[in-house]
Design a protein around this ligand. Structure first.
Ligand code: ATP
Ligand code: MG
Length: 211
């Protein structure tokens, strides 16, 4: 079986930047790597992504959650599971922790009282990350990076545009998850230079997987 590493954290914390660097590094040492993301990295999923992020029709929280989970089930069965069976390293930009943070905690859908955790498991179709990298970055610094990115011409999406209080609830939820699953989730200090973040990632991946 291959390995699934998920990249998690708030908007603009450097997940995509570091995922690309990590893929290049793993390939350079001879690993077969699949780079993927959620929501939307399947043919059907790209349609779901448009519905979720374009902002044309804002879903109610329950609908939003179900669309993210629908996308995940498709993604796991169509892309992640076959790659795991081939023995690949799968680097996935966002996964269930993002759903927990954005669609549950930040939307005030309480996982425990609503008994929603089993639904998240159901959508994973039996897969769970071998390791989750949580990019910890103060919301204010993330907002500055997002601003720079937008000034460079990149369009923000419906979730990027949520209020600062929403992003603070997202950040608190990631911190809580890291605390409650220390085996799986590794905190990365994302407030330092790109190269220093990459050094941290390489160190924890080497250690965890004895590379
Ligand atoms: N360590 C860093 N220091 C400064 N700027 C960074 C760092 N890492 C990434 N950036 C820049 O910050 C912006 C956001 O980075 P990136 O797109 O990798 O974040 P992301 O977590 O994938 O965001 P999103 O959740 O919106 O997809 C980019 O413009 C990127 O070049
Ligand atoms: Mg990204």
């Amino acid at each position: 079986m291959g390995k699934l590493i998920t990249f998690e954290g708030g908007d603009g914390c450097g997940k995509s930047t570091q995922l690309r660097l990590t893929a290049a590094w793993l390939r350079s040492i001879g690993k077969e790597v699949v780079e993927t993301f959620e929501p939307g990295d399947s043919a059907l999923g790209s349609q779901i992504r448009k519905l979720l992020l374009a902002g044309e029709h804002a879903p109610v929280p329950e609908c939003e959650l179900l669309l993210f989970l629908a996308d995940r089930a498709q993604h796991v069965r169509e892309k992640i599971l076959p790659a795991l069976k081939r023995g690949s390293w799968i680097l996935c930009d966002r996964f269930s922790d993002s759903t927990m943070a954005y669609q549950l905690a930040a939307r005030h859908l309480d996982c425990k009282s609503n008994d929603l955790a089993p639904m998240l498991k159901f959508a994973e179709c039996g897969v769970s990350p071998d390791m989750t990298l949580w990019f910890d970055l103060p919301v204010e610094i993330a907002a500055q990076r997002m601003l720079l990115r937008q000034q460079a011409g990149e369009k923000s999406n419906r979730l990027d545009d949520e209020a600062i209080s929403f992003h603070q609830r997202v950040a608190a939820a990631f911190a809580h998850q890291a605390e409650s699953d220390k085996q799986r989730v590794v905190r990365i200090d994302a407030a330092v230079a790109i190269e220093s973040v990459q050094q941290q990632l390489m160190a924890v991946i080497k250690e965890r997987f004895a590379l």
